[in-house]
Write a protein of this length. Sequence first.
Length: 476
Amino acid sequence: MRADLLFDAVDGLDEALTAVDGFDEVLVGGLLRPRPGQAGGLAGIADAVAGTPLASRVAEAADKTAAGAGDEGHFVALAAARTALLGSVHDALVVRVAEAVGRPDVVDASASSVAGEECAVNLLVAARSWLCDLARAGWQGIDHELVGGAAPVVSAMLPDPALRRLATLLDGFAAELAACCPGTTLERVPVRRWADLWARALLLTLPGAASAPAMGEVTGRLLPLGVDVQEHATAVQAQVHAVFEPADGGTPRLVRASVSAPKPDTVVGAGLWQLLRPHMSLLGAVSEGRSMDLDAMPVTAEGDLVWDDACARAGEPADAFVTARVALPTAAPFDVSPLDRHPARIAVPVLVEGYGVEGNGTEGHGVEGQGGADGVVLQVAGRRLEVDTERVPAAGPLTPEVVASSSACLGLLRWDAGEFLLQPLAVERTVRKKTVAVHAGAWAGGTADKAGVRAEKAATDAVTVLRERAGKLLRK
């Protein structure tokens, strides 16, 4: 890997992010009566898209909004400009990563989509109206009455599968805002995050924006690389990153397969696998170090396998590090749809070897401002690549201390706060003169590890108690 390329400046990136930041600051104070200081942020985003098809509409929207006369159409144009700028940042960073790892270009020129069922236009209009009211008030002007306006819209949307994506986004966004009301008392505003959620939700209210990605089918061999576990208080998701080798000998591709489940907040650690394991046989193959043979498995135009156990069977043993060394360098990614082009979505599988390590993975180690939360930094070709230890799940044997003692790391290259980070999925380390692999998803299909067994037993007890209580409530 050409690590030096990851740290070289990308032309235009700082300017694009500066324009986005300027607009995001405008949303803090609100668009109803923009203060003189906010005009610069509105003009900046218009200047940033000058010369593009959005230029005239965004320039008009910026002028009208600065004068306090912005309407819903103007706000949509501003949200589109912001999304386009972050999309350009995403694309530039992905190109830079491809250069650094020597990976092929995307397989498809564009991610197509298919029109879904016609949605209830009145609900989309209602959602757009609420989002525009939020923008007028600004994050400092939110209160419970304003935020509560989303509840009836979400309730009406949820029964409709075509609107569920937007409804879930609005519901989560409103919950975050409600937890921070009133806005006048906020000491710290999550400026970028709330602007991201607002812009994405606003664009999803446009007809056709929420169309489902085009579907296809693939047949061949799936070689798992690792599992990314994403946990929240009430839900958990496991996303398997893998290399797919088509049966017809075509170009290998980078694909993902995800499974999600609701969860009580008492189920944590290795207990999460009990909730996920029954829904996807791939998790068992990951923990056993096996490939999967796929037959007509549904896949989206963005490379997400719509997992169906009936289309898969366990294959031969497949070591993830062998896959990373042999198959990963030739695997091409799929393209990303326009609304999903955002720097935060970058998660590129890479193998890093021959590095030195700063820090030992213990809390608080190292110099302030350097290293991750647990102070682990890889020295790659004379450059410092920070390890995102906060993303290492507690549902497996991989820990920051294990990463700090490793000699090879298979992980996801991400971009956050202006720099690339490495999220470990698995590492190789030397134990008693033997090379041993430690995977974050090693317990996905079950484990004999003492710590994993204890965590699973505790989760089983918690789920049993919750089921008994739920049963009593239902009988009442």
